[in-house]
Design a protein around this ligand. Structure first.
Ligand code: NAD
Length: 326
């Protein structure tokens, strides 16, 4: 069992952002379908190569499946051999929450106590707990179009010393909030957060707009914000900024102390989160270092002669023959 709080405490993701120049980076490879997307997310440093396979199919819950499911692979750079294949559906929720919390360490105002949560699906509890590790949350105001998702969230988050306030609209949820996490899953251009909902000093953690043509914020919100992104070349394709030429700050500049997360008390900060492979690299390496229930699987044939792979197709050389007279 992975402890969300322990994972966040390790701060492996921020440490990876501090080593930004050590990584071979590229925007992820996305294959789009009518109902969703399948993405491959590779990244490497001098020691380890990591790649995640992940989908995003917002209609899946109606068919009894999750919107996001993932698998990860971690390889040894020196040999090119994989060292671990892992589930990454849970690990993605953990690393996405840890990434939100990492930014929440730097960007919201110090007196942040009220979280508004728009979308109470699979990511929502992870987001709440991880941000709650960074900020002294007292109240969570939450909204979802699905009453069952609201009830599920209230059940999972009960008895945690948080005042839970279910709301009847996004505007009601955001009203009075210091930090807004928005994590809905709709394949399309939504306008869920509008300029009228903004107030000075707000921090917006925008998680669900992560594909071309899939955004959550009214574009008129963007010019009012100081925008933080993970990796600009990828976010320009996939994030809230996909149709905007606005300038942005890559988070590694903040992680490396080159600029502050918050430039003024009244600034509205926006983390335009899309999910970057570096976070998966950190998560997979953390998992590899803390493995307790792993199963050894022979994924790579152990050829006796490394140049004679063909021999592995042959029946084993007999070492014993019955005597003809037996
Ligand atoms: P999910 O399908 O489990 O939950 C989405 C929730 O949003 C559902 O409960 C749905 O009812 C709700 N919703 C839809 N439209 C809404 C609206 N107008 N107002 C309020 N609620 C609404 O999905 P999930 O796994 O929780 O993921 C949420 C989003 O985050 C997805 O878009 C996913 O692609 C994205 N995501 C991003 C990252 C990242 O790194 N940035 C990582 C994982 C997932």
């Amino acid at each position: 069992m992975i402890d969300v709080a322990a994972y966040e405490r390790h701060q492996k993701i921020e440490a990876a952002y501090q080593r930004w120049d050590d990584f071979d980076k590229s925007p992820r490879h996305a294959t789009h379908f009518e109902h969703g997307v399948i993405e491959l997310m590779p990244v490497a440093d001098a020691t380890r190569y990591a790649c995640k396979y992940v989908n995003g199919h917002p209609g899946n819950p109606q068919q009894g499946r999750m919107t996001v499911a993932a698998l990860g692979i971690l390889s040894d750079v020196a040999s090119g051999y994989p060292v671990m294949v892992s589930e990454m559906t849970l690990l993605t929720a953990l690393r996405t929450a840890a990434t939100s919390a990492m930014v929440a360490r730097h960007c919201p105002r110090p007196d942040t106590h009220t979280l508004a949560l728009v979308g109470t699906g699979a990511q929502s509890e992870f987001q709440t707990l991880a941000i709650g590790n960074e900020r002294a949350l007292r109240q969570v105001r939450f909204y979802d179009i699905d009453q069952a998702a609201i009830a599920k969230y209230a059940h999972n988050m009960g008895e945690r010393n948080l005042e839970l306030v279910p709301c009847a609209s996004i505007a009601e949820a955001v009203d009075g909030a210091d930090l807004v996490t928005i994590a809905t899953a709709v394949k399309g251009r939504q306008s869920l957060l509008t300029p009228a909902m903004l107030r000075p000093g707000l921090h917006i953690n925008a998680v669900g707009g992560d594909c071309p043509g899939k955004i959550e914020l009214d574009p008129a919100v963007l010019p009012a914000c100081d925008i933080i992104v993970e990796y600009e070349p990828q976010t320009r394709i996939e994030g809230e900024i996909q149709d905007s030429g606005l300038s942005v700050t890559e988070f590694h500049e903040i992680a490396r102390g080159q600029r502050a997360g918050r430039l003024s008390t009244d600034a509205i900060t926006l983390f335009d989160s899309v999910g970057f492979a570096l976070e998966d690299h950190a998560a997979l390496n953390w998992l590899y270092a803390n493995l307790c229930d792993a199963i050894d699987v022979d994924l790579i044939p152990a050829a006796r002669d490394p140049l004679d792979l063909f021999a592995m197709l042959q029946p084993p050389t007999p070492t014993f023959r019955r005597a003809a007279s037996f």
